[in-house]
Write a protein that binds this ligand. Structure first.
Ligand code: ADP
Ligand code: MG
Length: 525
């Protein structure tokens, strides 16, 4: 761990002083990317495995590379293998250094671009070679310029080596306090004065020279880090839950706390295959938003493998059709979050009990928390209800399914006792990222599956009034499929879907029955 960390710093250091310093630990010279290349670890598996894994990894890294080149590779690389070593602040540090490096690189590029183009009317753009692109510069949106701050909480108590007069030496050997090297060393030494829990690693022992800009960035980070930890409960649970998400996501979540939108993030409520859900206490209201006292933060997992089998939900959803083909996998994951937001909003508008959307940031969706005092409401499968309540729950679910279909023009598509919560004496629907409109090529099949889950659950729970899955399907959809057995019923559903698809093929999707929300689905014709 320690060695690896030192190695990171040395690489960073080498990359920042390419001409003046020899590179002690590494013979290779890293200019393009200060992280250099990974040592490929040899694995004993088939070529096909390596290829597909590699492909998945490449796809995943593609977008991140635009913002923090190689940083994610580092997170997955050899530096984090020591499980008991908290490298999170090192990673942040590395990210900031990387950004600094990228900015310098771009500045140099701009100079070269200018030199080449001169006054020429036709110019060559270097835009594509830039490391920092306008759309990912949002990470600096809430940066504070510390140079202008009078009171500096991290100023060294004892004045450092440069004497009061501001210079030492004589003649041309004079060194002022503005000397880059002296200043850099001083900055490094001042890192020791950051809050004790802020880990700066073992770089202080080395002859590190941090530029003012980097130092200020670190200081800013250390400060917000301290503020954050003062606000967040220092719970074990919290820190382990935190590690369930990648550094960029963590940064996103920290920003929500630092902006005051959230008061504290208390811990993880659920870790699923496709998402991690956190509990948070709401913070201050903004001009246009009231934040609920308790919030749920749903982080859609950015590991691609989990989402592979969900393609069919979104790929065939005409609402996303035009966008799907152009997107990389990471953007598709954001689309899941976006979909959940839209679907929740529709449900909210129809008055169906469900979480209220607070905000969506990339693949992180904040909504109201169903439950109380950090305890999420129990799932219907876990709650023991009196028969009266169970009957009430059944009729409510039947009602909600109809509303969802008719008023929201949606099919839940993952409805079961796992995605219904019992809270405040009623059933709440959650987990609607995969919900589709009934005219989705598989919409009716999804609905039938939902009906089967619901019918079976309530029948087992002893609700005598509960319709069977076929009756329920007809009651929800308003269709009148008469088949009296499952196989035929399923076949009729698929025939209807096929008919609908042909209709779309022939008439195009701009047909009025397909356009707005709330239009009756074509099956009602
Ligand atoms: P997944 O796709 O991982 O199943 P869910 O949306 O179902 O995601 O969330 C997983 C779990 O997190 C739920 O079963 C529930 O216990 C909890 N949860 C999700 N959203 C909320 C919420 N708004 N309020 C309270 N608990 C929630
Ligand atoms: Mg779920």
């Amino acid at each position: 761990g320690k060695l690896a960390q030192a190695d990171v710093r040395q690489r960073l250091y080498c990359s920042k002083t390419p001409s003046s310093q020899p590179c002690p630990g590494n013979r290779a010279f890293y200019f393009q990317c200060p992280w250099g290349a990974h040592n490929a670890t040899s694995m004993s598996c088939s070529l096909a495995d390596v290829m597909s894994e590699q492909l998945a990894k490449e796809l995943q890294l593609e977008e991140e590379n635009a913002a923090f080149p190689e940083v994610v590779a580092v997170a997955e690389g050899p530096f984090i293998t020591g499980e008991n070593i908290d490298t999170s602040s090192d990673l942040m540090l590395a990210q900031m250094l990387q950004m600094e490096f990228d900015r310098e690189y771009d500045a140099q590029l701009r100079r070269e671009e200018k030199k080449i183009n001169g006054d020429s009317k036709v110019s060559i753009s270097f835009e594509n070679y830039r490391k920092v692109h306008p759309y990912d510069s949002d990470s600096s949106e809430d940066e504070v310029d510390w140079q202008d701050t009078r009171h500096d909480p991290y100023r060294a108590d004892k004045p450092t080596t440069t004497p009061r007069k501001g210079f030492i030496g004589k003649g041309k050997d004079i060194t002022t306090k503005h000397d880059e090297v002296v200043c850099g060393r001083k900055n490094t030494a001042r890192m020791e004065n950051f809050a004790p829990e802020f880990q700066v690693g073992d770089g202080i022992g080395m002859d590190l020279k941090l530029s003012n800009q980097v130092f200020n960035a670190l200081k800013q980070h250390a400060y917000s880090e301290e503020r954050r930890s003062a606000r967040l409960h220092e719970k074990k649970e919290h820190s382990t839950a935190e590690k369930a998400v990648d550094p960029k996501t963590r940064l996103l979540m920290y920003k929500m706390v630092n902006s005051g939108m959230l008061e504290t993030i208390t811990g993880c409520v659920s870790t699923g295959k496709e998402s991690v859900v956190f509990h948070a206490y709401g913070g201050n209201a903004t001009e246009d938003k009231v934040i609920p006292p308790e919030c749920a933060i749903k982080v859609f997992k950015t590991t691609l493998n989990e989402f592979k089998n969900r393609d069919k939900y979104i790929k065939d959803d005409y609402r996303f059709k035009d966008r799907f083909s152009k997107l990389n996998p990471r953007k598709i994951i954001r689309m899941w979050a976006e979909k959940e937001m839209h679907n929740l909003t529709r449900m909210q508008n129809a008055g169906i009990p469900c979480p209220q959307v607070v905000i969506l940031k990339k693949h992180v969706l904040v909504m109201s928390f169903i439950g109380q005092d950090q305890v999420p409401a129990p799932k219907l499968k876990d709650v023991t209800l009196h028969s009266e309540d169970m009957k009430k729950a059944y009729y409510q679910v039947l009602n909600m399914m109809q509303q969802l279909y008719k008023e929201c023009n949606l099919v839940h598509a993952d409805l079961s006792e796992y995605n219904m919560l019992w809270h405040d004496g009623k059933v709440w629907l959650i987990d609607v990222s995969q919900s589709v409109e009934p005219t989705h090529p598989h919409g009716l099949e999804f609905l039938f599956r939902d009906c089967r889950n619901v019918a079976q659950f309530f029948q087992k729970a002893g609700v005598a009034e509960a319709l069977n899955e076929r009756e329920l399907f007809n009651a929800v959809s308003g269709l009148n499929i008469t088949a009296d057995n499952e196989v035929d019923f399923q076949a009729e559903i698929e025939a209807l879907e096929k008919m609908n698809e042909d209709h779309v093929q022939n008439h195009g999707k701009k047909l009025s029955v397909f356009s707005g929300d709330g239009d009756p689905p074509i099956y009602n014709e």
